[in-house]
Design a protein around this ligand. Structure first.
Ligand code: HEM
Length: 337
């Protein structure tokens, strides 16, 4: 049966993105397909996010920029030491059941930031991270190819099509999807690069890691909400400490801007911690808190110019995140956090 499905999918193939598309056309098609997918799968009457749909919780935090940062990293938000109010959203990429293998997401919104932003509302800096250091596709064309296949129910053909194979994507997903015991024990990466500074001389990636020396957080009650249960168990006991760090692009040939499926080697260029996130105990799982969590929106372009998103994968995200967020929250103001 599986073989027949595979052969059928390979023969019918998926729609491919081989034909040249300009970025504007690509974004328009992505937006239209993402909207159709979102509308087709409401959860409890609510239009869910296209990606990272299950909120594990939104939490208030403090983002403290360190005093002892390498001079070359003292740019934008990291130019001066200081403390900022932050809001974090932890989520599952595709599963509603926390006990299933999945990629987890961490979105960070920092308030009270000085300076005009590239997009959105001044005074706010967003960072978006995933629990694996590479994205499963390298280019927006491949991402669009994946969206077409998902919408047309041709996923097998997307991965195994002999004329346009995405076996590397399959391998990355195999490694990236995991069962996790707590969102507070996971490491997260930006996967895509960002500028650091006012010109193009430095590109970096970000990572968030549990603070060194912290003990393994408690596990939650096993079951479909085991990750939010683990967050609650941890916060009932102690604050959470996470380190925010930066990796510099030192070897352009091995550290591409335009291929999000390539991991920048840490033994070649290690991450440097520049800030600490602290989450104090708080009630994040009340119905009101969870409803507010559904309304919050993030965008990599909600950013100071010194942290400008780089590469075409990031370029298309400005429009697709805005359009998807409008669709989900159009009954409420976009900035209803
Ligand atoms: C072309 C590439 C990509 C597209 C089209 C895309 C699309 C989307 C969309 C439509 C959403 C939902 C936005 C909303 O409803 O507010 C989303 C959420 C998200 N994406 Fe992506 N994505 C892309 C690449 C990435 C990459 C490289 C990362 C790596 C960190 C990432 C991480 C996330 C996270 C963490 C969220 C959840 C945001 C939240 O908490 O609201 N995405 N993505």
């Amino acid at each position: 049966m599986l073989v027949a499905t595979l052969v059928g999918s390979i023969l019918t193939g998926t729609a491919t993105a081989d034909e040249p598309v300009n970025t504007e056309q690509l974004v328009a098609e992505m937006n239209q397909r993402i909207a159709t997918i979102m509308r087709s799968s409401p959860i409890d009457g609510v239009i869910p996010r296209f990606n990272q749909a299950k909120s594990l919780g939104c939490l208030d935090a403090t983002f403290r920029v360190h005093e002892s940062i390498n001079n070359e990293f003292r740019q934008g938000l990291f130019a001066q030491p200081g403390s900022y109010r932050a809001r974090l959203r932890f989520a599952n990429a595709s599963q509603q059941d926390d006990s299933e293998k999945d990629i987890r997401g961490l979105s960070i919104k920092i308030f009270g930031v000085k300076g005009e932003t590239l997009w959105g509302e001044s005074g706010i800096q967003d960072f978006l991270l995933n629990s694996y250091p590479a994205l499963f596709v390298g280019t927006p064309e491949d991402f669009l190819d994946f969206i077409r296949a998902r919408q047309e129910d041709k996923m097998v053909g997307f991965f195994i099509n002999p004329f346009d194979s995405h076996l590397k994507s399959l391998w990355i997903l195999f490694k990236a999807r995991a069962v996790h015991s707590s969102p507070f024990s996971i490491r997260y990466w930006s996967t895509t690069p960002y500028r650091l500074g006012t010109d193009d001389s430095m590109a970096v990636k970000y990572s968030v890691t549990p603070c060194s020396g912290t003990s393994e957080p408690p596990a939650g009650q096993p079951g479909k909400d085991q990750l939010s249960s683990a967050m609650k168990a941890h916060l009932d006991r102690a604050p959470v400490c996470l380190e925010f760090s930066i990796q510099k692009r030192t070897h352009p040939g091995d550290m591409p801007i335009e291929d999000a499926s390539v991991i920048w080697a840490e033994d070649v260029s290690p991450f440097h911690t520049v800030a600490t996130l602290t989450i104090q105990p708080q009630a994040f799982d009340t119905p009101e808190a969870l409803a507010a969590c559904e309304k919050i929106s993030f965008n990599p372009w909600q950013s100071l110019p010194e942290h400008q998103p780089l590469g075409r994968m990031n370029e298309v995200r400005r429009e697709t995140y805005f359009s998807a967020s409008q669709l989900r929250t159009k009954e409420a103001p976009l900035t209803n956090w």
